[in-house]
Design a binder for this molecule. Sequence first.
Ligand code: TMP
Length: 208
Amino acid sequence: MNGCFITVEGGEGAGKSSNLEFVRRYLEQQGKQLVVTREPGGTPLGESIRSLLLDHRNSEITDDTELLLMFAARAQHLAEVICPALEQGQWVLCDRFTDATYAYQGGARGIPRQRIADLEQWVQQGLEPDLTLLLDIPVQQGLTRAGERSDPDRFEREQIAFFERVRAAYLEQARRYPHRYRVIDASRSLEEVRRLLDEVLAEWLAQR
Ligand code: TMP
């Protein structure tokens, strides 16, 4: 595969959406042909699965069902969007990927790491992001920034301890995979975060 696969991760209130937009513009200015997508979702089927996963009325979803739905959406996303784009030499910028599964279903829900790793191997067959930008922010600060949601989804209804486990698991992923992870201090002001992203992307592109 010739293209490049970049993922953006982060907890509640880390500014993921607006910073992803910044990364998109940065890469496009560098002349990269970009496909911007997200998980869970990214395909019609994946977006339907996303609706099931986020709907807070689906309180009966078990942890294993949640995990399998994440990977079902991912399998479709890889087949329909991500792999074809990479094979054509395009760059893929994805709002969350399997690191989110390790953080939410692994760290926060408590599903054993090996079970996730087995599904990852099956579905991805060794494909991993070339670069993962983790927007890291202390949980309370992130929740304050995110503010009150009018109709919080099934994940947003979780308690603070859940988000603490999400954050810890993301940081553990960053320690395990330093070759592809760049941790950005998202507790700083938007301008400072953008400056950090600018630096990280410039350095990473120069090494390629
Ligand atoms: P979003 O808020 O970034 O759009 O993501 C939707 C939710 O899905 C978010 O709360 C994190 C969660 N999620 C998982 O629990 N596992 C995953 O593998 C992914 C991709 C997302």
